[in-house]
Design a protein around this ligand. Structure first.
Ligand SMILES: [Zn+2]
Length: 155
């Protein structure tokens, strides 16, 4: 009997844990999702939320965290964690002469991550594939930035 009650309480707790939700960014109250849209190209889910307490509306985006899920196979055969910041900086460095370099580099970083997320082998990605994906995106966006990038990333 005691074990049964324990199992029941555990099942309820586990069920509740799956519904841990975001709190309101203004008052800390519980929120509910009022609208939700999948963004297929970027493999993200956009959600509109409303606070049950103060009624405030705000948006959230659910997406894969490549820093937690991707591993990079580097030239010496070793593997290291995928660092979004490293990718961003390499793109930013190649285009920092642009007026909106930070915003452009941020946008291109996400574009490259979207491409890479479709070409991993069990979450492992070759560093050469990252370089290639950056070059393809940069060539379409800014050929001067692409040649800057190539100067620092060609072997
Ligand atoms: Zn609120």
């Amino acid at each position: 009997m005691f074990l049964c009650m324990f199992a029941l309480k555990l099942a309820i707790l586990l069920a509740l844990c799956q519904y841990i939700d975001m709190v309101c960014i203004y008052c800390g109250g519980n929120t509910r999702v009022t609208n939700s849209r999948p963004q297929v190209r970027s493999n993200q889910v956009w959600r509109r939320r409303q606070c049950n307490k103060c009624g405030a509306l705000f948006s959230t985006t659910e997406k894969n965290d490549p820093g937690e899920t991707l591993v990079v196979k580097v030239d010496d055969g070793n593997q290291e964690s995928f660092l979004i910041e490293k990718l961003f900086l390499s793109i930013y460095e190649s285009m920092k002469y642009r007026k909106n370099a930070v915003a452009d580099a941020k946008y291109l970083t996400q574009t490259v991550i979207n491409k890479l997320s479709h070409s991993t082998n069990n979450g492992v990605i070759d560093s050469k594939l990252i370089t290639k994906a950056v070059l393809v995106s940069l060539n379409r966006f800014d050929k001067i930035a692409a040649s800057h990038y190539l100067a620092f990333h060609s072997n």
